[in-house]
Every structure is written in C-alpha cells, then in structure tokens.
Write a protein that binds this ligand. Sequence first.
Ligand code: SAM
Length: 252
Amino acid sequence: MSEKHYNINYLENTGLFLKNLKQHSYHPFEKKRGPILDLGCGTGLDVIKMSELFHSSKIIGIDHDPVMLEKGIAESKGNQNIEFIQSESDNIPYNDGFFAGIRAERLMQHLKNPEKTIREVYRALMPEHPFAIIETDWAGLVIYNENNGISNKINKFLTEEKINNGYASRKLRFYLKGADFKDINIEVFPFVLKSLKEANEYLWLEIIINEASEKGYLTKLEKDLFIESLRDADSENYFACSINMVIVTSVK
Ligand SMILES: C[S@@+](CC[C@H](N)C(=O)[O-])C[C@H]1O[C@@H](n2cnc3c(N)ncnc32)[C@H](O)[C@@H]1O
C-alpha cells in the first residue's frame, strides 16, 4: 500500500465537493430515534452535520486516527450530543443493538478485512435499523485522454496497489448479504471534473500518476507523456475525467 490517499485538507476539500451526496446519505436516519454512529468518521464533518439535523439523537464518530479525531473534537466545540471515540472499525466498543443507525463513508476501500467490520456493524445495530455506506468506485476512474494504455495502467495501480480494497464499491452487496443485511439498495452518482486543478484537488490525480510511476506501474516516459497531455488538454479547456460514487443502504 502506498501513502494514505487522504489527509485533513483532502477531507475538507472533498467534503465540500461531496456535500449533496453526504446530505443524501443521511436520509435513512431521519425517522430513527436513538444514537447514530459514523464509522471511519475522519474529521467529523458528517458527525457535526448530523447533530445539526437530528437534534434529539446522540451522534458518535469512531475513527482509528487520533489526529483526525482531534480536529473533530475541536470543531464540535463541546456539543453535548457529539462524542468521538478512537477505535478500529471492526471493534465498536458498544453493546449489541446499541445504534439506531450506522453510516460509513469511504471507509471500506481502506480495509483489508471489510467483512469483519460489516459483521461488527450488524452486531452493534438495532434490528430493523439502517446502515448506509458511501464508496468511491476507483476502478471506474475515466480520464479522457488518447493514451488508453497508460490510463489502464493507472487504474491497475489504483485497484491493485494504492487502495487496499480497490473494488470495495462493487463488492458491497456481497459483504452485506454475507452478514445477513436485508433491503440492500444501490444508487450511483457520477462526478465529472472539468479541470486538472479540480482533479488534483478532489482526486489527487497527479499524485496518483506520480506514485504509479514510483511503484513501477508506469515508466518515467509514460508518466511525463501522460501528465503533459493532461496539461495540454487542460490549457485548451478540454480536460475531463469522471468517477462514480455509490451510496448503498441496507437494513439489519
Ligand atoms: C477517506 S477517509 C473518510 C473520512 C470520513 N468518513 C469522511 O467522509 O470525511 C477514511 C477514514 O477512515 C479511517 N479508517 C481507515 N481504516 C480504519 C479502521 N480500520 N478503523 C477505523 N477507522 C479507519 C481513516 O482514519 C480515515 O479517517
């Protein structure tokens, strides 16, 4: 696995970009009463947003990264309805059936054993209550560029090396069925980036291409050629790349 493909700044940027998608993922929790968990909560953007929407519910954020959690704690400024807990996603330190809803955004792609986390979510969720997952379909990153061979190698690097669980978005139904979740539903949301600046801000595209070269998936020549053609396209306002995000909901 290469460098982590996120940091606090990245989560803030993508948080703005994915604002509507995030908002949509909160719907299953609207009519539920009781504590809601955001698993792999990062800097707590969604914990804070959900606490504004669902005043009467306690919103709990779990993440294993203390630096991310620190930011969430600072941003939530002592809000009594919010709690942040440091833990691994496959070890939720709450009793069986404690949560009235659980959400996990862009977490499954990082897990080596996602099935274990999904089983843990099932255990910690109340019967007949929802679980919502947001995932990035990294395997479906499309770059509109004539160098198809290089594009394919970048996708191979992403799914085989860069992202621990590069096909997570496509395996969610399988994971959920395996843990006995029911009423599984998928919605797919395409995102189009129209400039290299946006692609670098929201996908870290040039970082991906550079790492693919460092890891031997692209030669230096291929990397230089590809970046140059992206920059050329960008300067002619022709740049385009797209990626799908999915929201998968299910019920215990
Ligand atoms: C791409 S970030 C998404 C953060 C947040 N859900 C959001 O959308 O802003 C992935 C998060 O998952 C957390 N994470 C990764 N593996 C984890 C694990 N095994 N247990 C708990 N958290 C984990 C990371 O620390 C990071 O904060």
